[in-house]
Design a protein around this ligand. Structure first.
Ligand code: THU
Length: 138
């Protein structure tokens, strides 16, 4: 799939965020290795801490649907759904990515538009991460 198409999918999902407290919309488009795409949005809560980020929403939708292998994720966001800058994933979302993705085999795209984006590997944004392999008994 073309990266520009994946970015447009994330941008189109921005209105779906449930953000009555921060008004900061975030959307993600997660591309599975089989070509399936899952979108995700941040979903806030009156009790604040149950809030889930867009990236985890996308991963949990996909994993709950039986997907386990992932190619890339596009992330975009901004106040009132207006994108003015790149929207980097929080530390918790990086750790969730690490659960399902090898550090050198998953791309993170931070997008302002289909033409304006930055590309990172998981290794770059989560160096020396703790993953499932660390729990394996030799
Ligand atoms: N947010 C995300 O959805 N993803 C991130 O990685 C950063 C933060 C959301 C959570 C909250 O609803 C809003 O942005 C402000 O923090």
């Amino acid at each position: 799939m073309e990266i520009k198409t994946l970015i447009q999918t994330a941008i189109d999902a921005l209105p779906n965020s449930y953000v009555p407290y921060s008004r900061f919309h975030v959307a993600a488009a997660l591309l599975c290795k089989d070509g399936t795409v899952y979108t995700g949005n941040n979903i806030e809560n009156a009790s604040y801490t149950p809030t889930v980020c867009a990236e985890r929403c996308a991963f949990f939708k996909a994993v709950g649907d039986g997907k386990r292998e992932f190619e890339a994720i596009v992330i975009c966001g901004g106040l009132h759904g207006v994108i003015t800058d790149y929207c980097p994933p929080c530390g918790v979302c990086r750790q969730v990515m690490r659960e399902f993705c090898a550090p050198d085999d998953f791309k993170i795209y931070l997008a302002k538009s289909p033409e304006d984006y930055r590309e990172f590997t998981l290794e770059q944004i989560l160096p020396m991460g703790f993953g499932p392999e660390n729990l394996e008994v030799n």
